[in-house]
Design a protein around this ligand. Sequence first.
Ligand code: F6P
Length: 545
Amino acid sequence: MKNVNPTETNSWNILKEHYRNLKNFDLKEAFAGNPSRAENFTLVDDDFYVDLSKNLLTTATRDALVALAEECHLSEAMDSYFNGEPINLTEGRAVLHTALRTPLAKADDKVKSFVKEALESKKKMFDYVDQIHNGDLLASNGEKFDTVVNIGIGGSDLGPVMIYQALEAYQNNLKVHFVSNVEGDHVEEVLKKIQPERTLFVIVSKSFGTQETLTNATTIRNWFTGKVNAEAVSQHFIAVSSNVDRATAFGVDENNIFPMFDWVGGRFSLWSTVGMSVALGVGTSNFQELLDGAHSMDVHFKETPLLENIPVQLALLTIWYNNFFKAESEAVIPYTQYLQKLPAYLQQAIMESNGKSVDRTGESVDYQTGNIVWGEPGTNSQHAFFQLIHQGTKLIPAHFIAFAKAKYPQPDHHNKLMANFFAQTEALMNGKSEEEVKADLDQTDLTEIEKKRLQPFKVFAGNKPTTTILIDELSPKSIGKLVAMYEHKIFVEGVIWNVYSYDQWGVELGKILADRILDDIEQLKSDGHDASTTALLKQFYSKLS
Ligand code: F6P
């Protein structure tokens, strides 16, 4: 991939100047002045309707942003990404989560071997899942498994747990639990709920060296051995890993190790055997639909011109707000409880990928990269943090995601949910002017003094940008497509910011320091640290009894 400092491009200067000229841009006026604005800024791909029109942009902004993408050689970078070139250069690896969902017949020659490898591992996983479902593989007590515990963290947890919750309406009678945190209480709370003799434990760790996962797996194996017996471990514990030696040393039967590939990053791996718990919990045909949905977004991303390309346009808007408006964060508000975990999943996907301050040449960047992503489902979030978005001092561009059809026919609920969904983006844009507030107050019995006093608190500035993603209905397919949309958005942002999006060296230091402090804790030592840490350790030891 070519290295371009985005701030040194012609388009960046144009955008800077354009931003200055756009300071007084008013969304309401923009709609009033252009009856085709909604249509002009809406992108449609089959069941996805993405309305960008309530954003602080004009067609000139969009053109300049696309020109920036072109100057940063986005199309060539996309070819490198899809063709399996080692674009994760700091680790010398290709980035081919797209190959995990590409049908062999559609695979380009350059990635055929990767797709074949992916299909083989998928077959092994699907065969295993089907055998569990139809009772060919039974628990050690001769009964069918009825519970699964996924033991993993980061990409080995967040993707599976997010998808499993998203597909709650598709769950079968194998109940899946997730253990991720090294906190023993987390493990205990899960163990309290399960019957060991009917539970399958899926240890998911690409490296099979992650402290949290190994600690949890060991505790659970010891608990299981005590409750059932040591011989049954190989029947009840399976692993998803690229480290076969470590997994077998743990006690997993070699046949029950499902491979992961070094050309798939942890946070993009839910499509692989990392999705084992999801496939067990919703079945293989739903899992396949998830892959098909993701593939349809891959095709859209690969084949659609930049101007109409959904992930590209979403990424360019993020750059627009992040680098020109200096907005630091972006909210993602799914109007469905099914997507409760989407913000947490996106936090890893986005922030672990693009939270970088060194560019692809190894130089420190002098511009903002990455963006903070956060959110909670609507309408709950309306009663929590929306006040700050409406009337606070920060600019928070927000994605509003909803499904036109509900899973269950409850029109009263769904109409109210959707009314809130539409009302919020309208309210954020329109705000409430002094005149409108005054007119409202004039309808009350308040004194003139009281009206004047209250007026400023009731004014909403409006002009707050939102993007609306309206999807026909929630299904494995649409969920796969949605997640792939964000994956490609991350890629585009990384290309333009000129950072390596697929490594994560920043999480290593914390791991090393935690190991060092663990040695101290085990010996109740507190010296050798800064004064604050020493005092904290002493306070901690004083409470241990
Ligand atoms: O947090 C760092 C990280 O390496 C993630 O990228 C990864 O998803 C997670 O740890 C878990 O790693 P593993 O699958 O090797 O246990």
